[in-house]
Each structure stands twice: as C-alpha cells, then as structure tokens.
Design a protein around this ligand. Structure first.
Ligand SMILES: Cc1ncc(C[n+]2csc(CCOP(=O)(O)OP(=O)(O)O)c2C)c(N)n1
Ligand code: SF4
Ligand SMILES: [Mg+2]
Length: 442
C-alpha cells in the first residue's frame, strides 16, 4: 500500500453520474467507489472494464484506468488485461443484457478461474436502448419486446456461473446495506469472483411492471433464489498458473532459438512481393519461412502469408513473402515481382493471379507445367529433376535458390544460414545442398 490515501476513486471532472433518478446503477457504482476506498488500491493498478449499456457509462467517472469495448465482450477484455499483467486488479462491470449477449464469456471466465471481479447490474432489461427484454427478464415481465408478457424463463446468472465452476459467487440487491463490503470482498478474491446485484431500471422496467423494492424482493422469493454467498471454493487462479508455466517451459524454449543477426548485404531498394505456388507436402510453408529468414539475415524486413486448404497433404499450398528495406505495414501483394510455380495444384489455385501478372514480374516455372496465358517473363527450370537429385522434399528450396541467383535480392548464403540455424542438422545439410543446386539450374 502506498503512503497516499484516497478518500474517493471518483473524479468530479466529468460531472455527475448520468443515470436516471432512482436508477439502481447509481447505488451500485457509488458502492463500488466505497469498496475501492476501503481497499485503498493504487488506482494505477486498477482497471475498470465496462460493457455497453447505461452501466457502461460509469468507467470514465473513476480515477483508475478504464477500458470500454463492444457489447457483450467486456469479459474478454478483462481476461486479456489480467493475463497480460496478473498484478492488475480488474473489475468488470456489465448489465444483464451484456451478460446474456456475451454468455459464453461468462461460462469460460468462470471455468478458467481468471482472477477478475465481475459486477452485474441486473435490472432485467436493456436500459440503454429503451427497455427490451434480456436473459434475466422475469416470466410475464413487460418490456418493449415482450408487450404481452415475457414467455421465457429468466436465466439464473449465479447458478449458471457456478455450474461452469465459478469459485466465488454472490447474489444481492442494491438495497443491501453491506453492498460495498461485499464488493470489496469480491475484489479481494484471488480467483474469479462475481456479484449479481439485482436493481431497478426506473425509466423502463420498474414503471412498466410496477416494480419497486418490495416487488424486487418478492421476485427473488417467488423464484426461490437465495441471496448471499452462493459459492466459495477457492482454487488456483489461471493467469498466475499461466505465467508460472510460461516461466518454467515457454521461456526456456524461446531462449534456445538463435537470434537473427544481420550478416549479409541485400540489393533491395523497395518492397518486393514474391508468391510461391506449390502443393501441400512440398514444404512450401516451412521453406518460405526459412527463405524469409534468409532475407532477414541480409538486413531485410520480411513477412509471410500462407494459403492452404484445411486438409493436410492434399491440394495447393501457397506462400506470399514480402521483403523490404523499410518496415512493412501491409502484408498483401497486389502485383508480385516474382512468382514461383512449382506444381499443378499451385498453378490451378493461382490461375487468375498468373493471368494477371504484370510484364515486370518474373515467373520461374517447373519445366513440365502447363501455364495459363501471362504477360510475366517466364523462366522454365528443371525443378523436379534437380530436387530429385537432392531430395524430393526440397523442391521449394531448389526453386528459391534459383530465384536468388537470378534476382540477386540477397546472397544464397544468407538463405543457407537460416536453414543451418533453424533446421535439424541432417535436414539442414540436404537443404543447403538443395539451395546450391537451385542456383546451378541457371
Ligand atoms: C453488438 C451490439 N448489439 C446491440 C447493441 C445495442 N445496445 C446498446 S446498449 C444495449 C443494452 C444494454 O443493456 P444492459 O447490458 O442490460 O445494460 P443497461 O443499459 O441495462 O445498464 C444494447 C442491446 C450494441 N451496442 N452492440
Ligand atoms: S434507462 Fe434504466 S438503466 Fe438506464 S440510466 Fe435510466 S434507469 Fe438506469
Ligand atoms: Mg440491464
């Protein structure tokens, strides 16, 4: 705890809270402020994440950090924040509408036990959009979308979360004198904690259904729903476990990878787009990654984008590689500078692209392939025959060796260095030979 004392976590700069008179959100938000005052957390380490809805208008009134995003998705933002920095106290505020719209996120945060606090301002309708029914609207409840009475049964948010594994769950109302203590308790839980706070939307649900405090309690009773602590089964928190497992294994695995130190020169003065079109099983993707790394050893920026069907070892496999001396902002290639056609599958997939290649493009094609009409300058090469002499699986590396010899983008030795550093020794030896054999085709 720091030396500074915070008498409030709310700022007056924005003005008063924007809720209708008597709205339950007012009490809920003020109680949250009291809970924060009680806990005296460093505001810089607290993030209030809000969903869309009237309740979501609240985050900007706090001096903590805030995040406001798409409707129904606030739990995902909270989880991301907590995973990125488990030291943060993440408080997620949402309405019943958001809880229903993002229902699967509620299930998963509970199941995973990610240490965020979820506060639901449950007023049985979509307040912000004029009082439509939500997943918690009671049966027979009148709303703009259930004008003859709701025929659905309401979702029990707490027991839904508990069924998914929620470690700490509390149901209450905004009339609870201990609301701020309950919220403080929830925030102090190391794992996932949820407070379902029943309340009144005085603009829509309450007047339409003559619902005041008494009727709200009557509703709880009529559904036989208990108030208070409904689950309290602590178990290890997800984000800490995740970080621990990363420290133990992930980090070690990353350290083993060699760094790419620039040790060659390139001849590239603008962004260059290369398309490699072959078949699944021809190592198009992995060879392209090594090829891109080769460019990086020569000081180039590189990107790779792949296209292949969901099936394995059948159909096409295409890779698009961009090299540039500058940072690459956009990874699509409109007019390739080089095109490598290795197999019929690749040509079939890229037929329209080959037909549209500009005259400035050089197309290296396996000599036996049927090609569509193209303006590109075609260079036919014995790729299959050359690869057979080294290894059938090295055909893409053979083709890339030829491209480098012809284009002089960067030395083939840079490509060989990537192969040597990132492949197992036996395969690397074969591929270094394949790259060299490729250069000898021209
Ligand atoms: C994806 C998406 N769907 C619908 C909307 C329209 N919308 C805005 S607020 C809202 C309802 C909010 O209700 P609730 O979450 O219960 O909060 P309340 O306003 O009652 O506090 C809806 C449906 C939206 N903004 N985004
Ligand atoms: S519309 Fe309903 S939920 Fe929204 S501020 Fe008004 S009373 Fe509150
Ligand atoms: Mg609501």
């Amino acid at each position: 705890m720091s030396d500074v004392t915070y008498p409030t976590y709310m700022t007056e700069e924005i003005g008063a809270l924007p809720f209708c008179p008597g709205c339950g959100h007012m009490t809920l938000i003020k109680s949250l402020n009291k809970a924060l005052v009680k806990l005296q957390l460093d505001p810089a380490k607290v993030v209030i994440v809000t969903d869309i809805g009237c309740i979501g208008l609240s985050d900007r009134h706090f001096i903590t950090s805030a995040f406001h995003g798409l409707h129904g998705r606030s739990i995902t933002y909270s989880c991301g924040l907590k995973l990125a920095n488990p030291e943060l106290t993440v408080i997620n505020i949402m309405g019943d509408g958001a809880a229903g719209i993002g229902g699967t996120h509620l299930l998963n945060v509970a199941r995973r036990n990610i240490g965020i606090t979820l506060v639901i301002g449950n007023n049985f309708n979509y307040g912000m959009t004029g009082g439509q029914h939500s997943v918690t609207t009671p049966t027979d409840g009148l709303t703009t979308t259930t004008p003859w009475g709701n025929v659905e049964g309401p979702m029990d948010l707490c027991n839904t979360a508990i069924a998914a594994g929620a470690a700490w769950t509390y149901r209450t109302t905004v009339f609870d004198k201990e609301l701020s203590d309950i919220l403080a308790n929830a925030i102090s839980q190391p794992g996932f904690a949820m407070v379902d706070a029943w309340e009144l939307c005085t603009a829509y649900y309450s007047p339409r259904n003559q619902m005041k405090k008494k009727e709200l309690f009557g509703l709880l009773e009529s559904y036989g729903l208990k108030q208070g602590l409904l689950s309290d089964k602590p178990r290890p928190e997800y984000s800490e476990q995740y970080v621990t497992s990363y420290e133990k294994t992930g980090k070690a695995a990353q350290k083993e990878k060699p760094k790419i130190d620039v040790s060659f020169k390139h001849n590239v003065d603008r962004q260059i787009g290369i398309v490699i079109a072959g078949s699944a099983g021809q190592k198009i993707k992995s060879s392209s990654t090594l090829f891109a790394m080769g460019g990086m050893y020569a000081g180039l920026e590189a990107t790779q984008k792949d296209d292949y069907p969901i099936t394995v070892m059948t159909g096409h496999s295409l890779a698009e590689i961009i090299f540039s001396p500058e940072r690459i902002e956009y990874t699509a290639i409109e007019d390739p500078d080089y095109f490598v056609a290795i197999s019929a599958d690749g040509v079939k997939r890229a037929k329209k692209r080959i037909e549209a290649l500009p005259a400035t493009c050089v197309l290296y094609a396996e000599e036996s392939l049927d090609l569509p009409e193209t303006k590109a300058k075609v260079i036919r090469l014995p790729m299959i025959k050359t690869a057979k002499e080294v290894s059938k699986l090295s055909i893409a590396v053979v083709a890339m060796g030829a491209l480098l010899k012809d284009s002089k983008l960067f030395p083939v030795e840079a490509f060989s260095k990537a192969i040597g550093n990132f492949q197992k020794q036996k395969i690397a030896e074969i591929n270094v030979d394949a790259a060299k054999a490729g250069t000898e085709m021209l």
